[in-house]
Ligand binder design. Structure first.
Ligand code: SAM
Length: 239
């Protein structure tokens, strides 16, 4: 968020937006260290975005988030949406340049949602891809009846299932579909996040249509080695 707002603000002159499609309640509890930290939404309020869109499906989480945002001087710049982000995406119409964070606990984002959001707009995507937590864990089950199922929605339909032989193929197909939308930088350094048993749970993926997005990601990947370890050592739970 820092690099994005710092690097882009001059050119976009206050035209930067932040979208959080899986917003959460605003705070996270790191059980191993027994500390509570700001979640992505509250963090984002510390950066000079012009407009914020927070989408959350769980009404208790959204209420907590609203309560926590109530005292922010940015309150009037926040649009809260209760609902499945895949269902309400057409109500979110950012203009300018947008950073979208997609942080589900499974493969709950539908590719069609990404298509709708990014069509005709300048949107960078930062995503948690639930590789170990969902794709690998449920791969065999998902593939039994793939048509219309979670993998199909994640990949956006019209999938040649004969090409999907392993969980890795799912991720590759997802990347390839992002490339078809003009996102050229997704192959760049993914940051794998492991749990305390050292099993990879998910990784972060950054996608941008703009070459500068690639530069940003290189910088972030370089400075985040420490942050990555912090992430990897603790389990993060919603409240
Ligand atoms: C991993 S948490 C997000 C944590 C947040 N990024 C943070 O840093 O605080 C995922 C959140 O997404 C919500 N959620 C799950 N499916 C959703 C959907 N389809 N649309 C919107 N929100 C959803 C869950 O209720 C949960 O609060």
């Amino acid at each position: 968020m820092h690099i994005f707002t710092k690097g882009m603000d001059k050119k976009w002159q206050g035209e930067l937006n932040y979208i959080d499609l899986f917003a959460g309640p605003g705070r996270c509890y790191i059980s191993k260290e027994q500390v509570e930290v700001d979640g992505s939404t509250l963090m984002s309020l510390g950066f000079p975005f012009r407009k914020y869109f927070f989408v959350e499906m769980d009404s208790a989480n959204l209420d907590s988030l609203k309560r926590r945002c109530a005292k922010s001087p940015k309150l009037n710049s926040i649009e809260f949406r209760l609902g499945d982000c895949n269902a309400v995406i057409d109500q979110i119409k950012p203009s300018g340049l947008t950073l979208t964070f997609i942080d589900p606990t499974g493969i709950d984002i539908h590719f069609q949602t990404i298509r709708s959001l990014t069509e005709g707009r300048k949107v960078d995507l930062l995503m948690s891809i639930m590789d170990g937590i969902d794709i690998r864990r449920n791969f065999d089950r998902y593939l039994k009846t793939p048509e219309g199922g979670p993998l199909d929605r994640f990949l956006g339909g019209d999938v040649d299932w004969s090409r999907i032989k392993s969980p890795r193929d799912v991720v590759e197909e997802f990347r390839s579909r992002l490339r078809n939308l003009g996102y050229k930088t997704v192959e760049f350094t993914d940051i794998p996040i492991s749990n305390d048993k050292n099993a990879p749970m998910y990784f972060m993926l950054f996608a941008s249509r703009h070459p500068r997005g690639l530069e940003f990601w290189k910088k972030i990947a370089a400075i985040d080695d420490r942050g990555q370890m912090e992430f990897g050592l603790g389990e993060v739970h919603d409240e």
